[in-house]
Design a protein around this ligand. Structure first.
Ligand code: NBP
Length: 478
């Protein structure tokens, strides 16, 4: 028993994670259901560090130092349960099973509960950064007992990405499902970020009249400013790419139907359960869904509406600058909504998640890594009980400065018939929060009318009902 850590499940993520541990000086036990993959990993990458190849579950468990730390990197869902069921009987109290897959946090809560009864720590770890991140340094979001983090944390800190200031992009998020929950919201924010960028692209293309190459340049320039982020960087790469077969811009030969694996959908489903308005993320999920409805779109192609007339010259450039403002303001709103969801989840499940620490560990390794996250960390460090990111004076000031352009971009989009659901939802959220009175008063009146659902008044305590089908007098219902 010499290995400090074990990885079972050696598809792309597991192999790369195992190699990352080995390259950082850890002895890594490796195991896969199909043993040929284990042998292939060691044959191809054995020189990168010290691997202990295990063919059977028993061999794997025996290779691990006690308390054992074993990472499960198999397909999320039933395969994860199958692997846990296989390994748990071979383990001893104090051992730690780590699920690095994209599990639903409710599954993680269930598995943690079941294993805790046997004295085994179960750590649900959200890992972001894709294949390359797993190998070179991902952002790691571990949820589980403090005791298990004490044992596991130092290893994770070693293999995690490092932020610009050198801090590892991992820290203990909270108990049981907290890590997978935060990873889920990360993915929801990723969906919103991607949709906002897509809408900006659409506007630059059809309203500013820019070519894909020109838009790539524009994103490169934005990436040198406050929008500096991995997603903006790769957007420029994708837009600058030419299809070898046709010589056309790559973005023009790809089918315009976006797919999804489901973590964005989970974010919205859970937000609905928690009652948290994550409208930007929801619009991003629905936008992918709309794009995929080929028959519906084909049947709607003749619907009336304006065709965009592109601008040119200085007008186009001025519009592009406004789009940058709209994109930045909308991005602040989607992070505001995502952090609200994290706070709500943390309260619901009593996780004690530190939002500033979450912002800190998203600064490197993950898909939404961005210079902007330093600002979010600073906002929460200054005021850990910040009710909303929009209550931070810095962000509020930036939105105040951006909002005229933000509104102008939406006006242009609406006039020219360009769908911008995430931009529009973000602005609507902002305006709803700042409104002195919302039409929700009318909604309450309607609910009282048809269902006697009662309402509260602005001038008196208590709950009331109007006798709508009688003499319309008001009765107190307390
Ligand atoms: P996959 O999700 O494709 O899973 C393949 C692995 O699962 C193989 O090792 C396979 O073993 C094993 N497996 C299956 Br399938 N059923 C099994 C069972 N019943 N018992 C034992 N092993 C079983 O691999 P991946 O793309 O590397 O992803 C691993 C996890 O990481 C997933 O949960 C994924 O959602 C998550 N994740 C992926 C990314 C990414 O960028 N791909 C990023 C972040 C997180 P076999 O070789 O014997 O078939």
């Amino acid at each position: 028993s010499t290995a400090q850590i074990g990885v079972t499940g050696l598809a792309v993520m597991g192999s790369n994670l195992a190699r990352n541990f080995a390259r950082n000086g850890f002895t890594v036990a490796v195991h896969n259901r199909t043993a040929a993959k284990t042998r292939a990993l060691v044959a191809e990458h054995g020189d990168e560090g010290t691997f202990v190849a295990a063919e059977s579950a028993k061999e794997f468990v025996d290779a691990l130092e006690r308390p054992r730390r074993l990472i499960v990197m198999v397909k999320a869902g039933e395969p994860t349960d199958a692997v846990i069921d296989e390994f748990a009987p071979l383990l001893e109290p104090g051992d730690v099973i780590i699920d690095g897959g994209n599990a639903h946090f409710e599954d993680t809560r269930r598995r943690e509960r079941q294993l805790r009864e046997r004295g085994i720590h179960f750590v649900g770890v959200g890992i972001s950064g894709g294949e390359e991140g797993a190998l070179l340094g991902p952002s790691i979001m571990p949820g589980g007992s403090a005791e298990s983090y004490a044992s596991l944390g130092p290893l994770l800190e070693k293999i995690a990405a490092k932020a610009a200031d050198g801090t590892p992009c991992t820290s203990h998020i909270g108990p049981d499902g907290a890590g997978h929950f935060v990873k889920m919201v990360h993915n929801g924010i990723e969906y919103a970020d991607m949709q906002l960028i897509a809408e900006a692209y659409h506007l630059l293309r059809d309203v500013a009249g820019y070519s894909p190459a020109r838009i790539a340049e524009t994103f490169r320039a934005w990436n040198r400013g406050r929008l500096d982020s991995y997603l903006i960087e790769i957007t420029a790469e994708v837009l600058a790419h030419t299809d070898a077969a046709t010589g056309r811009p790559f973005v023009d030969v790809v089918a315009d139907a976006a797919e999804q694996k489901g973590t964005g959908r989970w974010t919205v489903q859970i937000a609905l359960d928690l009652g948290v308005p994550v409208s930007g993320i929801a619009e991003a999920v629905f936008a992918r869904s709309v794009s995929g409805h080929a028959a519906l779109r084909a049947a709607s192609a003749e619907l009336a509406g304006p065709r965009a007339t592109p601008l040119s010259g200085a007008e186009a450039d001025a519009f592009a600058a406004q789009v940058e403002q709209a994109l930045y303001a909308s991005k602040i709103v989607s992070y505001t909504q995502g952090f609200h969801q994290i706070r709500a989840g943390s309260e619901q499940y009593e996780w004690g998640v530190d939002p500033g620490a979450v912002a800190a560990l998203w600064r490197g390794g993950c898909i939404i890594r961005a210079a902007f996250l330093d600002r979010i960390k600073a906002a929460y460090d200054a005021r850990p009980d910040l009710p909303s990111l929009l209550s931070d004076a810095g962000f509020a000031g930036e939105i105040a400065a951006a909002q005229d352009d933000w509104r102008a971009v939406l006006v242009a989009a609406v006039r020219q018939g360009i769908p911008v659901p995430a931009f529009a939802a973000s602005l609507a959220y902002y305006d709803a929060l700042r409104a002195e009175r919302l039409p929700a008063a009318l909604t309450q009146g309607q609910r009282d009318f048809f269902g006697a659902h009662t309402y509260r008044r602005t001038d008196r305590e208590g709950s009331f009902h109007t006798l709508w089908s009688g003499d319309r007098s008001e009765v107190s219902t307390d």
